[in-house]
Ligand binder design. Structure first.
Ligand code: ACO
Length: 461
């Protein structure tokens, strides 16, 4: 099989959001902390009538309808999430409700769980299936969905919610470059969810940021070693046309570009920086021999490299932050919402033959860097399916910007009330969600009932 990758992609985010400057004011945080300091504009949130299953039902149904795919054509369905509503029953099994009419239950795969990384694990599994002896020629479906909510305090503004679904097969417009992956998985208590009765994580903010950047260094270094073997020369940030990251908040993404530039800078002892950007880096020679590990948290180095890499950030990454800056951290789907942001922001003729670097990070921690090459394939995606083209991927995403602009803005006090409703209904049996469906977009699935045995029912608006 050749050119295995993403054939189609769909994103869902809540139709309600809170403005980050209004939230700063409400939280009595210094003006500019959330907007300039963390780089966030708006934050999407759900009331008690949406849960991880409804988010995933909506995005899968939309993907299948827009692309006119029959559920009989799906041979594997993988879900990545960290929003658990059951310790045993997978979200995947709940999504099989969508397959009932087709009668196709011959669908492999269950859920992958590890903070924001589960979606990437699900993607890797789906790619591996298509490349394996078990593949029966059908398509795979990868779904990532999460509701990111934090207890009152300084992390609350870094929440968000949303889901992404991706169709996987051969001769794809978005090909995962074979053999090009760097992974780093370690033990850390930077962010974890030990309390099954609460939606909120335990977070060590500074440790989570440090873990993220450590993982980035490790994954980038392994990725470069592999890429250098295949291209026969040093691999640097310049070899990526776009660089996309898991985005807990946008400022960390900008710091990550600076971090990769620092990696490139230290790696090449001969005074390297790409000629195009050399002036910006010339004044940084005093940092040539710093150790990567020691430089994490060094404000001077961070500031200097952020300044020097501004142009790199603007050219390769800024456009990926459209959804992350306006919806917030979508956890497992954050990285893929950033990919969608690139696809809807860059003119399509500029995308062909470009390489996108992808960095996935999930606390705990698990991280990978991989890359995607954008193609315009001329062969059929699967013996049983029709062709999938880059133009179709992009035209199916054409409503995303309007949907973002048409969302309902809520006061921070209303947002707080919604989170309080989620707190009191989380883990409850025998209740009907009290929040109105008025604000949901047509076609959205919502939680309509949790019965006395905790069985959940969903309805589509
Ligand atoms: N104007 C402009 N900038 C400001 C202002 C202001 N008035 N006030 C503060 N800032 C800046 C700070 O200087 C800082 O920037 P810097 O990092 O470049 O120095 C930034 O705003 C944030 O301020 P902090 O005081 O560092 O923020 P705080 O400690 O309150 O919390 C944190 C930030 C740790 C991200 C918190 O929101 C959190 O724990 N979030 C959840 C965990 C998380 O997202 N971790 C990331 C990886 S793991 C994951 O994906 C979940």
């Amino acid at each position: 099989v050749e050119n295995v990758g993403i054939l189609a992609i769909e994103v869902y985010f809540p139709n309600t959001y809170v403005d980050q400057s209004a939230l700063e004011h409400y939280d009595k945080a210094p003006k500019g902390k959330y907007t300039i300091g963390l780089g966030q504009k708006e934050m999407g949130f759900c009331d008690d009538n949406e849960d991880v299953v409804s988010l995933c039902l909506t995005v899968v149904a939309q993907l299948m309808e827009k692309n006119k795919i029959s559920y009989t054509n799906i041979g594997r369905l993988e879900v990545g999430t960290e929003t658990l509503i059951d310790k045993s029953k997978s979200v995947k099994s709940c999504l099989m409700q969508l397959f009932e009419e087709s009668g196709n239950f011959d669908v492999e795969g269950v859920d992958s769980i590890n903070a924001c990384y589960g979606g990437t694990n699900a993607l890797f599994n789906a790619i591996a299936w298509v490349e394996s002896s078990a593949w029966d020629g059908r398509l795979a479906l990868v779904v990532c969905g999460d509701i990111a909510v934090y207890a009152k305090g300084n992390a609350r503004c870094t929440g968000g919610a949303g889901s992404v679904a991706m169709l996987i097969g051969v001769n794809a417009p978005l090909v995962l470059d074979p053999g090009l992956r760097g992974t780093c998985i370690k033990h850390a208590y930077d962010f974890y969810k030990p309390e099954f009765t609460s939606e909120y994580p335990y977070v060590d903010g500074p440790l989570s940021v440090c873990s993220y950047l450590t993982a980035l260094d490790a994954c980038y270094s392994i990725f470069c070693q592999k890429a250098e073997k295949s291209i026969g020369k040093p691999f640097t940030l310049e070899n990526f046309d776009y660089m996309v990251f898991h985005s807990p908040y946008c400022k960390l993404v900008q710091k990550s570009v600076a971090r990769m530039a620092l990696n490139d800078f230290i790696k090449n002892k001969t005074g390297y920086y790409p000629e195009k950007y050399s002036t910006a880096f010339k004044s940084l020679s005093q940092f040539r021999n710093v150790s990567l590990d020691e430089s994490i948290g060094d404000r001077n180095i961070e500031k200097s490299f952020m300044a020097a890499s501004t142009e790199l950030f603007q050219q390769k990454t800024l456009q990926s932050l459209l959804l992350p800056s306006r919806v917030g951290n979508m956890y497992t789907s954050s990285l893929y919402s950033s990919l969608v942001s690139i696809l809807i922001s860059v003119p399509s003729e500029e995308l062909i033959n470009r390489r996108i670097g992808m960095f996935a990070y999930g606390s705990g921690f698990a991280a990978s860097m991989f890359s995607i090459t954008i193609m315009n394939p001329t062969y059929s995606a699967s013996p049983k399916a029709r062709d999938f083209r880059l133009g179709d991927i992009i035209s199916n995403l054409k409503d995303v910007k309007t949907q973002l602009d048409n969302r309902k803005c809520f006061e921070p006090s209303e947002f707080t009330k919604a989170l309080e409703r989620r707190e009191t209904t989380h883990c409850r049996a025998n209740y009907t969600p009290g929040s109105s469906i008025e604000h949901l977009r047509p076609g959205t699935f919502y939680l309509s009932l949790v019965d006395e045995k905790y069985r959940r029912s969903y309805t589509r608006k």
